[in-house]
Design a binder for this molecule. Structure first.
Ligand SMILES: [Zn+2]
Length: 508
């Protein structure tokens, strides 16, 4: 016990909750005192506060950390807060320019903590196709990349000589500006060679930051399979020593999850710096114009049919190749949902999803994109509640709450302690070497950042579905970001913008 916690007046006191801390394995009834954005007391003693909230019967844990949050905007952050997310990072795609991204977010304000890696794809796009740049630079938001997916040169051609120098220069500049590693969405520029990636990995190693990769081939068909890519990525980790984070093990592995999981486990057992993440849905989403949605062989590569593909705009499900090709030609930036597993109907598909979601040390992520307007464009406004004409994949609304409902409460295949660890602390363990700020997150302990969620274990769950993606999750009673109540009694404070930047050290 500290000296005078009983006399201290805290900003917020959470009284009598079931506190779960996944680092110390604390699980018991405690009072939590928050002051100045920090957790200042976790104690059995009664605490005084300006605002004392009785949380009897509720779980108090660190807020969830999304290692794959493309929606770096106000609406996405608010919706994610109902899902228990207090930090969302755009790591796979990354962003450029880094300074401009952080300046924009801080000027406009964000409900939850935000951050990004350096977008290798952005660097490639504006270097190889300078006519796509705006004022000589990329635009720091994911709509920029999706809008340019249909331009073949930066997507399909290899970069050599001055092009490669240009790409490496922009990536290094982003690392110096504090990008949280390098986002390598290889599958969106599958023309990039191992020679180019080897240079990217060397830069990551030089700055002590991770790479985050979406594999080159979304395919189970040999020889250019995703399985082969994973072995190449393990090879890059071994050859350069750079931490190699494999994005969304659940989705890009398709039905090869068992053998890809084996590759990663064996690499880790040999001490290689390989990490991974997964989200809890058997369907992904991306721009329909992406190379991996090439209609000529998509059914074979992904083992799916046309009816497994749904356009987010209007939620239209396809019925033929002709229809899909037409939509792809007309709007290559439009988002499409792809069902590669049907876990709600097929136990064998749920078993595949389990192998990624429950992977020891993996972080739970969402891969959620910004909300989509009727015209297919991303929405960056501030209206609340979610405007009725917007659509998304339900992972944007209910992912962590779905994890808690299905895996922890209903199927009981993971304990509350381990579920919270998978959803919060694991992200910190993956990121904190290259981003020391993460050492103060993902933990419900004195001295840590007050990013705290309070939820009802008996009711917490997602309500969003593929046909009603706007239904907010339930059971997330209170959400505190940097000591400020963003959600109280399941009601959002629309004036609160307590999110802060998560950024690696800036190098002069
Ligand atoms: Zn991806």
């Amino acid at each position: 016990m500290g000296t005078n916690k009983a006399n201290e007046i805290y900003d917020v006191v959470l009284a009598n909750g079931r506190v779960i801390d996944p680092e110390t394995y604390t699980d018991g009834i405690y009072n939590v005192g928050v002051k100045g954005g920090q957790i200042m007391a976790v104690t059995k003693d009664t605490l005084k506060g300006k605002d004392v909230i009785d949380v009897t019967g509720l779980i108090v844990s660190p807020g969830f950390i999304d290692t794959h949050a493309h929606g770096q905007n106000i609406l996405s952050g608010r919706v994610q807060a109902y899902d228990g997310v207090t930090t969302g990072l755009e790591l796979e795609g990354g962003i450029l320019p880094i300074d401009e991204f952080y300046d924009n977010c801080s000027k406009e304000g964000r409900p939850i903590n935000y951050g990004c890696s350096v977008g290798w794809g952005y660097a490639r796009c504006v270097t190889m196709c300078p006519e796509l740049a705006v004022n000589g630079k990329a635009v720091p938001e994911s709509g920029f990349i999706f809008g340019n997916l249909g331009v073949e040169h930066w997507v399909m051609d290899k970069a050599e000589g001055a092009d490669l120098e240009g790409i490496l220069g922009l990536v290094e500049e982003g690392l110096k500006q504090g990008g949280v590693g390098i986002g390598v969405a290889w599958g969106y520029a599958p023309g990039a060679t191992l020679t180019e990636l080897d240079e990217i990995w060397k830069l990551a190693a030089k700055y002590g930051r991770p790479t985050y990769t979406h594999v080159q081939n979304l395919s189970m068909v040999e020889p250019n399979s995703g399985y082969k890519n994973h072995i190449e990525l393990v090879g890059l980790a071994a050859a350069t020593g750079a931490q190699t984070h494999i994005c969304h093990l659940n989705s890009t592995s398709l039905r090869d999850i068992p053998r890809i999981r084996e590759v990663l486990k064996n690499a880790q057992a040999k001490g290689l710096p390989v990490t991974t993440e997964a989200y809890v849905w058997g369907a992904g989403e991306s721009g329909i114009g992406a190379a991996e949605f090439d209609p000529s062989d998509i059914r074979e590569r992904l083992a799916i049919d046309w009816s497994d593909l749904t356009l987010v705009k209007g939620l239209h499900t396809f019925s033929s190749k002709e229809e899909f090709v037409k939509a792809r030609t007309e709007g290559p930036a439009d988002q499409v949902i792809v069902h590669f597993l049907r876990e709600d109907d097929k136990p064998e598909d749920m078993a595949l999803l389990d192998m990624s979601v429950l992977y020891p040390g993996a972080s739970i992520c969402t891969d959620a994109l910004p909300w989509v307007q009727p015209d297919g464009k991303f929405y960056y406004g501030k209206e609340w509640p979610i405007p009725e004409n917007l659509n998304n994949h339900p992972r944007a609304t209910g992912n962590y709450t779905r994890f808690l409902r299905i895996w922890a409460r209903e199927r009981q295949v993971i304990s509350w302690m381990d579920a919270i660890r998978q959803a919060s602390l694991n992200a910190c363990l993956i990121l904190e070497e290259g981003c020391p700020q993460m050492k103060k997150k993902g933990r419900l302990q004195e001295g840590m950042d007050a990013d705290i969620i309070v939820f009802d274990p008996n009711t917490v769950g997602e309500k969003a579905t593929f046909t009603s993606p706007r239904e907010l999750s339930v059971g997330m009673k209170h959400v505190i970001v940097n000591g400020t109540l963003l959600i109280r009694d399941e009601k959002l404070d629309t004036n609160a913008m307590p999110g802060q930047a998560v950024r690696s050290p800036i190098v002069a």
